[in-house]
Design a protein around this ligand. Structure first.
Ligand code: XMP
Length: 319
């Protein structure tokens, strides 16, 4: 639209003036928000923007490779890729409390990010893809402690600690506007329509301790569910669709054998901003196919359930 065109032009020229000859660092997650923020800033200052992708080992199958291809090969951006899988997994050993998981991952992210950012010459700004609903939610979260439900922001405290100034070009936008912007900036479909994915990643979709084995079970189940959602043409229609690994065992039977394995919960919700959400009435045939595929193809799972709770009173994620 004309308005988005004007927004891009104004933002780019504003950032160019503001930054001058300094450098900007941006944590790239592969999500639409940080991607759009990065591409906007890249338009303004080119290689003075250094993006950092921290592979915390808590992402889905193929994700790190996809990010490299999109940003390095296709968009020719400056991307530092950090493999920090072992660091995160080590720190998460024995951790089961959801908020402790978030804090642990957030703290470790800051450490890794800081180490990387320190290597950049003349770095003065930190870019973030904060949206308007994030601004509102964090204001209400700090305004009244009882209103704080989950700590969503993984890089809180980073700018002060590193003495960086924040650049948040999407602060006044809603998700649908960011997707429109992504389209106009020529980002690929995979990014434009990417469903939101939490910063702590798969760690908060394992209801229990995070281990490499559990992560692989969850990744493989998630791949099947999301793959079927895509095939059914629903991926872009719903807000989020994903699997949760419940670390409780239940009894099953395979051939003549009794099994005693984990449960996968399927979650699929519609929403406009994540603040409220409805569970999606998926077709029984689709649910049945996903269930039998997961149970047959993913070792360690013998039961699949569908989450029929809306937000509120439930939340979208299980932790
Ligand atoms: P909830 O579970 O609170 O989720 O209903 C609302 C939206 O926020 C995402 N979410 C997070 N995002 N860090 C994030 O960056 C987090 O710790 C976090 N927890 C939830 C969730 O995926 C949904 O889109």
């Amino acid at each position: 639209s004309w308005e988005m065109g004007a927004f891009i032009k104004d933002t780019v020229s504003h950032i160019r003036q503001l930054v001058g000859k300094d450098s900007v660092v941006c944590g790239l997650s592969g999500g639409v928000d940080s991607s759009v923020a990065a591409v906007l800033i890249h338009r303004a200052i080119g290689r003075q923007l250094r993006c950092i992708f921290v592979d915390n080992g808590l992402v889905r199958n193929r994700e790190p490779e996809e990010i490299k291809t999109i940003f390095r090969a296709n968009l020719h951006m400056n991307l530092d890729f950090v493999n920090a899988q072992n660091r995160f997994l080590k720190r998460l050993k024995g951790v089961t409390d959801p908020e402790v998981k978030r804090k642990t991952i957030g703290d470790e992210f800051i450490k890794v990010f800081e180490e990387e950012a320190k290597k950049i010459r003349r770095v003065k700004y930190l870019a973030q893809g904060t949206l308007y609903p994030d601004v509102i939610e964090s204001v209400s979260a700090t305004g009244s402690p009882s209103a704080k439900i989950k700590t969503h922001h993984n890089v809180g405290g980073l700018p002060e600690k590193m003495n960086l100034k924040l650049i948040e070009p999407l602060r006044e936008l809603f998700k649908d506007e960011v997707r429109e912007l992504a389209k106009q900036l020529g980002l690929p479909q995979e990014i434009i329509h990417r469903q939101p994915f939490p910063g702590p990643g798969l760690a908060i979709r394992i209801v229990g301790e995070v281990t490499p084995e559990r992560l692989q079970v969850l990744r493989d189940a998630d791949d099947i569910f999301v793959g079927e959602i895509r095939k059914a043409g629903l991926y872009n229609e719903v807000w989020q669709s994903f699997c949760v690994l419940l670390c409780i065992k239940s009894v099953g039977v395979m051939g003549d054998e009794r099994t005693y394995e984990n449960v996968i919960a399927l979650r699929c919700v519609s929403s406009s901003d994540g603040m409220t959400a409805d569970w999606v009435k998926l077709e029984p045939a689709l649910l049945g196919k996903v269930s039998s595929r997961i149970i047959n193809e993913v070792k360690g799972v013998n039961r699949v359930v569908y989450d029929i709770s809306s937000k509120p009173p439930s939340t979208i994620e299980w932790e």
